[in-house]
Design a protein around this ligand. Structure first.
Ligand SMILES: Cc1cc2nc3c(=O)[nH]c(=O)nc-3n(C[C@H](O)[C@H](O)[C@H](O)COP(=O)(O)OP(=O)(O)OC[C@H]3O[C@@H](n4cnc5c(N)ncnc54)[C@H](O)[C@@H]3O)c2cc1C
Length: 434
């Protein structure tokens, strides 16, 4: 059973349901499978997963292009922390042209790949799990008072995961040392990354009228600011320019806060936060509409993603900052490796807990490494990285070396690797079954 019908949960269900002998149930807490949020960027590794899933056909039906091998023009990085005009310090050539898919479309395509042996139940919120004997089944309790059982449960229930709560509370309950127990309990709530993301859209027509030739109309760009610890990412999308203003208030760092995650905010609130930026940024905010503030939570440093017959995938195991745009891709990669293992003829009811460990050993360290890469990119964008301390007086040469270093951090996204991970996983499964 999968808890959660987001990107990770549906991709996982699609892979498992390739084996007609496995019954898959996906429980989604919302009344429908839907998703608000940013488009998901499909880089080379996720593209390998898409090809394996046969999604090319679904993409073609919806007139999406395929990703492009080789270098393509990426965002312009610009220093913007001054009232007078800022300047570009890096024009990024991406090593690979990713495909960007609006999230609702991606979920629609994943649903098209579910087998007849897969059921998706909506308005079905998992609230707790009961495992009386780790070699037996897992009972799932739902908020509507019902209960179901499964051989395994996979928590694909996002950053505020109920499954993660069960996994680490159960580990805590097994400890005799209260310090160790407390350390496990500390892993349950997600942490605030220290950053807020203010999201909003601008009509391209209105922006052109206010700022003829504004660079955001034609090219993605990222502007950064030293003193306010912020950066703005914008990219044109048809008649609209999307932009996200990231703001990391100085003096506050990782801390656990409540659940409030997305709230609408008045436009003036954002204008005030970005008041000292160059005119292009302020002008873009003035013509923006529908501002919301997203608190960026992360899930860091979990020592495990598996407890017996319960496992975590995607954000529930490793929610990360969005500064490389790879959180969704990492959820898809988890789903690919775990889903193929679970659909494999050599996986049996008895060896399921060891199969889950194979998934954990290969995927968790990799995704955590990418989460750290993303965190460091955020520091680079906000001129706060320990190795690249630049400030408003930094020379253009210093800025350019920061830009070059940012460019290099994207190199891994042009390389494949999912197939190699799968070969390693299958080899371990074959040895287990021998
Ligand atoms: C501002 C921002 C920008 C981003 N930009 C990008 C980007 O450009 N590219 C990219 O790849 N990633 C991006 N991400 C990250 C990406 O959104 C996530 O990594 C991805 O959605 C994780 O997928 P998931 O399936 O693990 O979780 P989710 O997409 O969060 O899905 C979890 C699902 O579980 C359901 N659920 C929750 N609790 C329960 C429960 N108890 N019972 C049943 N169902 C439950 C939820 O309703 C939801 O449908 C961004 C994130 C943010 C915040």
């Amino acid at each position: 059973m999968n808890s959660g019908a987001g990107v990770g949960g549906l991709a996982l269900a699609a892979f498992i349901s390739r084996n007609p002998q496995v019954e898959v149930v996906v429980c989604e807490s919302k009344p429908e499978v839907s998703a608000a949020g940013e488009a998901i960027a499909i880089w080379k590794r996720s593209w390998q997963v898409f090809q394996d899933m046969g999604l090319e056909e679904e993409l073609a039906k919806r007139n999406f292009p395929t990703p492009k091998e080789g270098e393509v023009r990426g965002p312009i990085y610009r220093k913007s922390d001054q009232k007078e005009d800022g300047y570009d310090f890096h024009s990024h050539l991406m090593p690979y042209g990713p495909l960007s898919i609006p999230r609702p479309k991606l979920l629609e395509m994943l649903q098209a790949k579910l087998g007849p042996n897969c059921k998706v139940l909506t308005s079905k919120r998992a609230i707790d799990f009961v495992v009386e004997d780790k070699s037996a089944q897992v009972a799932v309790l739902f908020s509507d008072g019902t209960r179901d059982t499964a051989d395994i449960v996979i928590g694909a229930d996002g950053v505020h995961s109920t499954t993660r709560k069960w996994v680490f509370t159960d580990f805590a309950n097994q400890q005799t040392d209260p310090v160790k127990a407390e350390a496990y309990l500390q892993l349950v709530p997600p942490k605030w990354s220290g950053t807020y993301a203010y999201r909003c859209n601008v009509s391209a027509e209105a922006l052109q009228a206010k700022f003829p030739g504004h660079r955001a109309l034609t090219n993605p760009y990222i502007v950064s600011n030293t003193s306010d610890r912020g950066h703005v990412v914008s990219y044109p999308f048809g008649a609209v320019v999307h932009f996200i203003c990231y703001y990391s208030p100085p003096g506050k760092m990782l801390d656990t806060v409540g659940d409030a995650h997305v709230v609408d905010v008045p436009k003036q609130h954002v204008i005030d936060a970005f008041v000292d930026w160059e005119p292009e940024v302020c002008g873009m905010l003035e013509v923006g509409y529908q501002f919301s503030r997203w608190t960026i939570f992360v899930v860091e440093g979990l020592p495990f993603a598996v407890n017996g017959r319960v496992a975590l995938v995607g954000d529930s195991a490793h929610a990360m900052t969005p500064h490389q745009g790879v959180g969704g891709g990492q959820a898809i990669e988890d789903a690919h490796l775990l889903g193929r293992l679970l659909a494999h003829p050599k996986t049996t009811k008895d060896n399921l807990p060891v199969v889950l460990q194979i998934y954990q050993d290969i995927r968790l360290p990799f995704a955590q490494q990418k989460a750290e890469r993303s965190r460091l990119n955020g520091l680079m964008y906000e001129f706060n990285h320990p190795d690249f301390q630049v400030n408003s007086k930094s020379s253009r040469d210093e800025m350019e070396s920061l830009g070059k270093a940012v460019g290099e951090t994207f190199g891994w996204l042009a390389k494949g690797g999912c197939d190699d991970d799968w070969m390693e996983a299958e080899e371990r499964l074959n040895k287990l079954a021998a």
